[in-house]
Design a protein around this ligand. Structure first.
Ligand code: PLP
Length: 412
C-alpha cells in the first residue's frame, strides 16, 4: 500500500490561479459572446525583444551543426550566462557577487519552491501576508507547518507578517524568533517595495536571529524609486544572511521560455542540530546537481542577450510600456473613487474592494458586470481579504478598454 504525503491534504482548495481559471472558463462557457479581458494571472503579453530573437536563431543554428551542437550543459548554468548576470545585474550596481554563486534554473518559481528542501523541518518560517503563495504552500507540502485553521485562514506554526493599510503594506519585524524569512520586493500582489532603510533593518534582524532571508526580486526591473534597492545585496552584510531569487520572466518576457537564477553566497551558513556551521552554497549545489539537468542552451543564450546593452534597452522599453498601463489603471481607479496602492515599483495594482466586499465576491461581480478578470486578494493570504489585484500586463488597447469598462459599468 503506497501511503501519501499527508501534508498535501492540509492545503485548502485549489491553487489560486487554478481557481481563477476555473471560474473564468465557466463564465466563458455561459457567455460565449463576452469579450473577457484578463488582468488576472500576471503573465506578460508583449513579444520577446529582437536581440533575444536573434540570439535564439543563432543558438538554434548551432544546434543543427555537428561541431557546435550541445548536449547536457553544466547543471549550474553556462559560464557565459553566469558571468553576464554578475556583470549586468550586480557589478553595475557596485555589488560583489561571483559567477560561482549564481545558479541558473528554469525560473524563480522552482527555486523559491525548492529552496526550503535544504533547511530543517523544525525551522520557523515568516511570511509576508499577502504574498506570492508558492513560499507558504511549498513549506506546507514539506511538513514545516501545522494544520490550516479555516476561520483564521492561517496555518499553525507559521509567523504571518500582515501588510495592511496601517503599516503601509510593508512587513514588520516579527516579535518572536524566526529562522527563514521570505521577503518579496517589489511584492506580488501589493506592488509595494522595501526601501533601503527597511531592508537594512531586516538584514540586521536576520544577523541577530541567525536567520536566513529568502529574497524574491522577480520584479526588480519595475522599480522606479531611487531609495529602493534593486538587489538585497546593495545592503551591507546581506551576503551573510540572504539568498536572492531572480527571473527573466517578467523582466524580459520569458514566462514561456523559462529561465531564472538564484544567488547563494559562498559565506552563507546554516547550522546542524549540534550547532556546527554548514555552507548553504554547498547544499544547494548538491541539490541542484542531483535534481536538475540544466536550462536549455538556446534559452541561456537568449537570457545572455537580455543582459547585453542592446538587450537591456529593448526590455526596458517593454517594461515602460507595461508601467504606462499601470498608470492608466491607477488613474481610472482614482476617477471612480476606488482606493489602491502599487503601480509605481511593480506592474501590480492592489485595490480595496468597494463597500468592504469580499475579494471573491468582487471577482464575481467584476467578471459579471465588466467582463474583466483580476485576482482576489484573499488568495494571497488572510490580510488580502477585502483587496483585489489588477495587473498591467496587457496591450495598451485592452488596458484602455478595461479602464473604460471600470468607469462606465462598475457602479459602486
Ligand atoms: N516570484 C514571484 C513573486 C512571482 O510573482 C512569480 C510569478 O508570477 C515568480 C516568482 C515566478 O517566476 P518564474 O516565471 O521565473 O518561475
Amino acid at each position: 500500500m503506497a501511503s501519501i504525503n499527508e501534508n498535501y491534504l492540509k492545503l485548502p482548495g485549489n491553487y489560486l490561479f487554478a481557481e481563477v481559471a476555473k471560474r473564468v472558463k465557466q463564465f466563458r462557457a455561459e457567455h460565449p459572446q463576452a469579450n473577457v479581458i484578463s488582468l488576472g494571472i500576471g503573465d506578460v503579453t508583449e513579444p520577446l525583444a529582437p536581440t533575444v530573437i536573434n540570439a535564439l536563431h543563432k543558438a538554434t543554428d548551432e544546434m543543427a551543426k555537428k561541431d557546435t551542437f550541445r548536449g547536457y550543459g553544466p547543471d549550474q548554468g553556462y559560464a557565459f550566462l553566469r558571468e553576464a548576470i554578475v556583470r549586468t545585474i550586480y557589478k553595475n550596481r557596485g555589488v560583489d557577487v561571483t559567477p560561482e554563486e549564481v545558479f541558473v534554473s528554469d525560473g524563480a518559481k522552482s527555486d523559491c519552491g525548492n529552496i526550503q528542501e535544504i533547511f530543517g523541518l523544525d525551522n520557523v518560517i515568516a511570511i509576508s501576508d499577502p504574498v506570492y503563495p508558492v513560499y507558504l504552500d511549498t513549506n506546507v507540502m514539506a511538513g514545516r507547518t501545522g494544520l490550516y485553521d479555516a476561520e483564521k485562514q492561517q496555518f499553525a506554526g507559521v509567523v504571518y507578517m500582515p501588510c495592511t493599510e496601517e503599516n503601509g503594506f510593508v512587513p514588520q519585524l516579527p516579535k518572536e524568533h524566526v529562522d527563514l524569512i521570505y521577503l518579496c520586493s517589489p511584492n506580488n500582489p501589493t506592488g509595494t517595495a522595501l526601501k533601503k532603510s527597511e531592508l537594512e533593518k531586516w538584514v540586521e534582524f536576520a544577523r541577530q536571529e541567525k536567520a536566513i532571508i529568502l529574497y524574491d526580486a522577480a520584479y526588480s526591473y519595475y522599480i522606479t524609486e531611487d531609495d529602493v534597492p534593486r538587489t538585497i545585496y546593495e545592503v551591507a552584510g546581506a551576503k551573510e544572511v540572504a539568498i536572492e531569487f531572480r527571473s527573466f520572466s517578467k523582466t524580459a518576457g520569458f514566462t514561456g521560455m523559462r529561465c531564472g537564477y538564484t544567488v547563494v553566497p559562498k559565506g552563507l551558513m546554516g547550522y546542524t542540530k549540534t550547532g556546527e556551521k554548514v555552507s548553504l552554497h554547498q547544499l544547494w549545489q548538491r541539490r541542484h546537481a542531483t535534481r536538475f539537468n540544466g536550462t536549455p542552451y538556446i534559452i541561456q543564450r537568449a537570457a545572455e542577450a537580455v543582459l547585453t546593452e542592446q538587450g537591456q534597452r529593448e526590455i526596458k522599453q517593454t517594461i515602460q510600456y507595461y508601467m504606462e498601463n499601470a498608470k492608466l489603471l491607477c488613474a481610472g481607479l482614482q476617477k471612480i473613487g476606488i482606493e489602491y496602492i502599487g503601480g509605481v515599483n511593480a506592474p501590480y495594482i492592489w485595490l480595496k474592494t468597494p463597500d468592504g466586499m469580499s475579494s471573491w465576491k468582487f471577482f464575481d461581480k467584476l467578471l459579471e458586470v465588466t467582463h474583466l478578470v483580476g485576482t482576489p486578494g484573499s488568495g494571497f493570504g488572510p490580510s488580502g481579504e477585502g483587496y483585489f489585484r489588477l495587473t498591467a500586463f496587457n496591450s495598451r488597447e485592452n488596458t484602455e478598454e478595461a479602464v473604460q469598462r471600470l468607469q462606465t459599468k462598475l457602479h459602486i
